[in-house]
Design a binder for this molecule. Structure first.
Ligand code: GDP
Ligand code: IMO
Ligand code: MG
Length: 433
């Protein structure tokens, strides 16, 4: 019985983590989100209902699961409120099974304003959810944490200071003046806070003492990690396994016996700016976008599409020390006669087999492809490995051999029941790397 499972995006986000976390939450008592905020959009299709979760841990859809919003997240109380209201409307009761860390930082309206202004100047294509500015305030020690709302007077003065600071930036850097009303911001935030105050607690202590099975739900993906990703075209948190300890407040040793599983699409997508070595800008890219319904779950933007980049995926395996992969959206490749996979990069006339640290280098490399035969058969919704076409099996073997880790599960459609196990989780040895 697995007690600790970490599900991480192994590419540039939107790998299908929500669908996977939802179906695996069945076997866990606690599900934890620990970084990012409402930039995430995790889609789940259950019966005839579609849920897109931005802040809430996806496991909350199961009535036996306790959901946890841990300290590494940045929380927009308006989004939290609308998500919880939506759950209520759909008949999902969450009271007494949702905890929010008193250490989370709040995304305030002026963070969203700054996100828009920064994007206008030298944008990277953010989701405009105020994530970057909220983390800037956090690390610049100007942030407001949930625990600060306990003392209204103190909270009021923090909002005052923040608003004065943001107005200065607007006027002096952007030559724009913006109407930021301290009292309105103060009151609206408190109204939302009092609605959910009973859920706020010291989450790191709760988790450490819980002695329950836990699933940790990563948001974004390894290549969007602020340190390990394609900087500066990244998000502002550690969205790889590196974010687990600081995101939860649990000591690194807590994760020594956790299973680390990466979710990867059978091809690659990216939304927003930044290098994307295997991007297909022509007809094939459009075919992938249409077949995969590749439009952002949070912003609705068309996602950029391309072939599977195994150099990047192998890098994600290394960064996260993955025990295995879950491959999603295999069905999207059903109608491709030939499928390419990137097995190396060419940079200034030489072949390289590693993932460069510099986005500028990445922009100049060319992918080196191997071409595999497509299966031209339907894999959507198949439930047993024996129904897999030989060419699809071959595709999976190729990925396993290249990355050095097993593909343990396939997702063959967006619905909760559309998946099949290929292997059991490998026995977990706690080893020194
Ligand atoms: P996440 O951010 O990683 O949770 O992924 P998103 O929810 O943003 O995007 C994944 C999209 O693919 C969603 O629309 C899912 O409903 C859909 N999806 C997930 N798994 C599969 C699959 O195996 N096949 C197909 N066709 N769609 C899938
Ligand atoms: P999930 O959890 C895909 C991208 C944005 C942008 C960059 C920075 O659904 O996989 P931000 O708003 O975070 O400052 O934007 O990161 N991005 C995502 N792309 N999936 C996501 O989340 C993303 N969250 C942020 O498009 O390029
Ligand atoms: Mg998403």
């Amino acid at each position: 019985m697995v007690r600790k499972l970490v599900i991480l995006g192994a590419q540039w986000g939107d790998e299908g983590k929500g669908k996977i976390v939802d179906l695996l939450s069945e076997n866990f008592e606690i599900t934890v989100r620990y970084q990012g905020g409402s930039n995430a959009g995790h889609t789940v299709l259950v019966n005839n209902s579609k849920f897109i979760l931005h802040i809430l841990p996806t496991g909350i859809l199961h009535s036996h699961v306790t959901g946890v919003i841990a300290q590494g997240m940045v929380v927009d109380l308006d989004v939290l409120d609308s998500e919880l209201t939506d759950l209520e409307k759909k008949g999902i009761l969450y009271r007494n099974r949702l905890y929010i860390s008193d250490r989370v930082h709040l995304v305030m309206p002026y963070h969203k304003l700054l996100d828009r202004l920064f994007e206008k100047k030298k944008g990277i294509g953010t989701t405009l959810r105020g994530i970057g500015p909220a983390y800037m305030f956090k690390f610049g020690r100007k942030g407001i944490r949930m625990v600060d709302l306990e003392d209204e007077k103190r909270f009021h003065s923090l909002v005052e200071e923040n608003v004065a600071f943001v107005k200065d930036i607007c006027e002096k850097v952007f030559c724009e003046s913006h109407d930021l009303d301290v009292e309105k911001i103060f009151e609206n935030t408190l109204v939302k806070y009092y609605k959910y105050k009973d859920m706020v607690c010291d989450v790191s202590r709760f988790l450490l003492e819980a002695e329950k099975s836990m699933l940790f739900e990563g948001a974004q993906g390894t290549m969007l990690d602020v340190d390990m990703g394609t900087y500066p075209y990244v998000t502002s948190s550690n969205s790889s396994a590196l974010g687990l300890s600081n995101g939860t407040g649990l000591p690194p040793k807590f994760f020594a016996d956790a299973y680390m599983i990466g979710v990867a699409k059978a091809y690659t997508t990216r939304v927003g700016g930044g290098p994307f070595p295997t991007e297909l800008t022509g007809e094939e890219g459009e075919k992938l976008r249409i077949a995969g319904g590749e439009y952002g779950s949070t912003t609705g933007r068309p996602r950029r599409c391309g072939w599977l980049d195994l150099v990047a995926l192998k890098y994600a395996v290394r960064v996260n020390s993955l025990d295995g992969l879950i491959l999603t959206k295999l069905d999207v490749l059903d109608s491709f006669e030939e499928i390419k996979v990137c097995v190396a990069y060419e940079y200034e006339g030489s072949k390289i087999d590693y993932f460069p640290s510099s986005a500028e280098t990445l922009k100049r490399i060319e992918p080196v492809y191997e071409t595999l035969k497509g299966w031209l058969k339907n894999t959507k919704g198949i439930k047993t490995p024996k129904d897999l076409p030989a060419e699809a099996e071959n595709y999976i073997r190729f990925i396993e051999e290249f990355t050095g880790v097993p593909v343990i599960m396939l997702s063959t459609g967006p619905r909760r029941e559309e998946f099949l196990w290929l292997r059991e989780l490998p026995v977990k040895e706690v080893k020194f790397l």
